[in-house]
Design a protein around this ligand. Structure first.
Ligand code: TXA
Ligand code: MG
Length: 349
């Protein structure tokens, strides 16, 4: 398939391009588009065939449900059986923005879109290109992250081209994603509101609106048998081609531990890399030093992380070590993604 790639400027949106993208969706095709979290791979959420195409393009198991993106609060009612009071509160606080809310679905949403579930995940993104595109497409865009299943989510147009060129009809190639991590997911269909995936909207921020909020216990469980409520959280994700080990401990000890391991790896002829904050970047002996920004600057780390994991693959790194990040605030989301990428391979020293 020939993929049309269109550059799009969020500050001066070319309506002719958006209108063509909308036509593609209405005709059952697929268009990748920027959002403030990561790029999405969009199809008509109300057409079962479009969702099937999304699964095929991503190489994703079809029991893993898609998020339905809207661009207007008025479009929420028709796709849910009822709008919970808590959803209105969350929407007031965080929409448009990087939050996904799970509610009971209406008949309008096909089971192909929800992976067979009676619930639907809904997000109202803030990105202006995303909003214009969703509106022009009829209001309901099913979109997972626009990566091949298992790879890090794309945070730039370049990443999307790498994974999706030749597989979909069009790529809206905009700016790099502002946030760089996927949305926080809150499930409102259980006894208590529950965070199924940590993100930029932190647990503390949600707790101010819904004091009862809890984390899905499977998120923090060390057991490999834990069953996360978001089906997608059970899959191995983001893993670079090389091995990735996270090292946690006092900064000086971390540097010397990693340098020892780097020396061993180099002696075996491996290409090595480290993922570290700017404070210690100069201390490592790796072939490639990937800097996340200041360790304290969680937003910078979030913004850079997926791009770094992809870059390590481009650089053909065999063995990667990463410093650990504070498991608090946005750091909870960063560590969640990093641990998945490392297959939970973490050394405490
Ligand atoms: O930031 C984001 O959320 C991005 C952008 C494109 O909006 N999208 C995204 O989609 O990350 P995806 O498909 O890569 O991740 C969606 C996650 C998966 O873990 C999936 O299992 C979960 O949401 N999910 C979707 N619908 C669900 C439902 N009804 N119940 C439980 N989990 C659900
Ligand atoms: Mg994804």
């Amino acid at each position: 398939m020939k993929t049309i790639i269109e550059r799009i400027d969020p500050n001066n949106i070319n309506t002719e391009i958006i209108s063509r993208a909308g036509e593609i969706i209405k005709n059952g095709g697929l268009v990748a588009f920027p959002t403030e979290t990561v790029y999405g791979l969009g199809g008509d959420a109300l057409k079962a065939e479009s969702s099937e195409k999304i699964y095929a393009a991503k190489g994703r198991p079809s029991d893993n449900p898609l998020i339905v993106h809207i661009s207007d609060m008025a479009d929420l009612g028709p796709i849910v059986s009822e709008i919970p009071e808590d959803a209105l509160k969350l929407a007031d606080a965080f929409w448009p923005g990087p939050l996904t809310v799970i509610m009971n679905k209406s008949k309008l949403v096909p089971y192909k879109t929800t992976g067979g579930l009676d619930t639907v995940a809904v997000r109202f993104p803030s990105d202006p290109v995303a909003r214009a595109f969703i509106k022009e497409s009829g209001g309901y865009i099913a979109a997972p992250s626009a990566n091949i299943s298992g790879r890090p989510s794309p945070t730039s147009g370049k990443h999307v081209v790498e994974d999706m060129d030749g597989r979909i009809d069009m790529i809206l190639y905009g700016d790099d994603s502002l946030i760089g991590l996927e949305s926080t997911i809150v499930d409102l269909t259980g006894d208590k509101p529950m965070i199924l995936r940590p993100g930029f909207v932190t647990a503390d921020m949600v707790r101010k609106i819904l004091p009862d909020i809890i984390f899905d216990p499977a998120l923090t469980s060390v057991s490999k048998d834990a069953h996360p409520k978001a089906p997608g959280m059970k899959y191995r994700h983001y893993a670079p081609k090389g091995s990735l080990v996270i090292v946690e401990g006092e900064p000086k000890a971390v540097v010397s531990y990693i340098n020892n391991r780097l020396n061993e790896d180099k002696a075996k002829g491996k290409r090595t890399g480290v993922i570290v904050s700017s404070a210690t970047a100069g201390s490592y002996l790796a072939d490639r030093v990937y800097t996340t920004g200041d360790a304290g600057d969680e937003q910078a780390v979030a913004h850079n992380l997926f791009g770094i994991l992809r870059q390590a693959d481009d650089d053909e790194i065999d063995s990667i070590y990463s410093e650990s990040f504070e498991d608090d605030g946005i750091g909870t989301a960063i560590m969640n993604r990093l641990l998945k990428a490392a297959g939970h391979n973490i050394v405490h020293i």
